[in-house]
Design a protein around this ligand. Structure first.
Ligand code: PMV
Length: 322
């Protein structure tokens, strides 16, 4: 490495881009059909992208999933490749002489927004490297391309939440709104350890919708109504109201077919261990659940029970009053 640096004709320049994970509290899937959803920034886990200049006429990717030139990026990462090229086009820069290192503590495919966070950190890193101001609309346009590769028809909630410092009220074609939090709320997030396939889960609902629109519409509309009630509960600092609505949301997600026996088992475990409520978060069919708990002490008990029940890892998460 040292040799490479010494051989550089131009001085070494380094820039860093970061983005955090996100948690969908309520409204996943329904949001695809135009219903509102609430999402939180989940800052404990994040993506870091380091951009450096290197000699040569290529862009080199260094990531846990792929190391090599951009031109040979695997199909699964095509969206990121496209995002890099589009960002360089917007920046009016050549597509060579760069090394892009991606590291992430966000597990992939668990409904925690890893693909959106990687794209956000990437765009931020490239703009920082070329000392350019990045507007939010530029960021969203560039990240949306990568998300479309990853998800097919993303609602946009992941990239909004992963780039926001605060809880958001998200509805397609509407301006993102702030969500008032009247008192701190504590959660435990548990990773089932199984990769979920958001693309397939969204498609499975779409397929059912085409056969029986009334049935799907009923759950979707109710999930929208529950999101509104959760928003009111959050503003009032009322954990029982919020919990009641989150439990109802889980029932509808199960009816829609995006929960599975593994997630149902973790949801039951959390509730039995004393959680006020528990539901899946994100695309489902694998991925994570979240559990609302009265306080951090109970959170520890619930987290231990979830690990005992087979969760791969857990995080305690508190959303502060704001
Ligand atoms: O990326 P995930 O698994 O958190 O899912 C995003 C939420 C969905 O509503 C399932 C899809 C979308 O595009 O909104």
């Amino acid at each position: 490495m040292k040799v490479g640096i010494a051989m550089l004709e131009t001085p070494q320049k380094v820039a860093v881009g970061r983005a955090h994970s996100k948690l969908i509290l309520i409204g996943e899937h329904a949001v695809v059909y135009g219903q509102p959803a609430i999402a939180f920034p989940f800052k404990q886990i994040e993506v870091k992208v380091i951009v450096k200049n290197i000699e040569g006429n290529t862009i080199r990717i260094e990531s846990p999933f792929y190391q090599g030139p951009l031109e040979q990026i695997p199909e699964k990462m095509e969206g990121l490749g496209d995002c890099i090229l589009q960002t360089l086009k917007v920046l009016e820069q050549k597509t060579s002489g760069l090394e892009i290192q991606i590291s992430s503590s966000i597990p992939i495919g668990r409904g925690l927004g890893s693909s959106a966070a990687i794209a956000i950190a990437l765009v931020r890193g490239l703009f920082a490297f070329f000392n350019q101001e990045l507007s939010n609309s530029q960021l969203m346009t560039l990240v949306e391309r990568a998300e479309t590769f990853a998800h097919g028809t993303p609602s946009g909630i992941d990239m909004m939440a992963a780039s926001s410092a605060n809880p958001i009220w998200f509805q397609k074609q509407h301006v993102v709104e702030h969500v008032k939090i009247g008192a701190p709320f504590h959660f435990v997030v548990a990773d089932s350890g199984r990769v979920g396939d958001t693309y397939a889960a969204v498609k499975s609902i779409r397929d059912k919708y085409e056969i029986k629109p009334e049935k799907i519409e009923e759950s979707i509309t109710l999930l929208g109504k529950l999101a509104l009630e959760v928003r009111q509960g959050l503003a009032a600092g009322d954990s029982q109201q919020v919990g009641d609505k989150l439990n109802q949301a889980q029932q509808h997600l199960a009816l829609l077919g995006v929960s599975d026996p593994g997630l149902d088992g973790l949801v039951d475990t959390a509730r039995t261990a004393g959680a006020i409520a528990a539901k899946l978060t994100g695309g489902g069919r694998g991925g994570c659940i979240l559990a609302l708990v009265e306080n951090e002490q109970l959170g520890k008990k619930v987290a231990d029970a979830l690990i005992q029940a087979g969760a791969a890892q857990t995080w305690q998460y508190t959303i502060a009053k704001c």
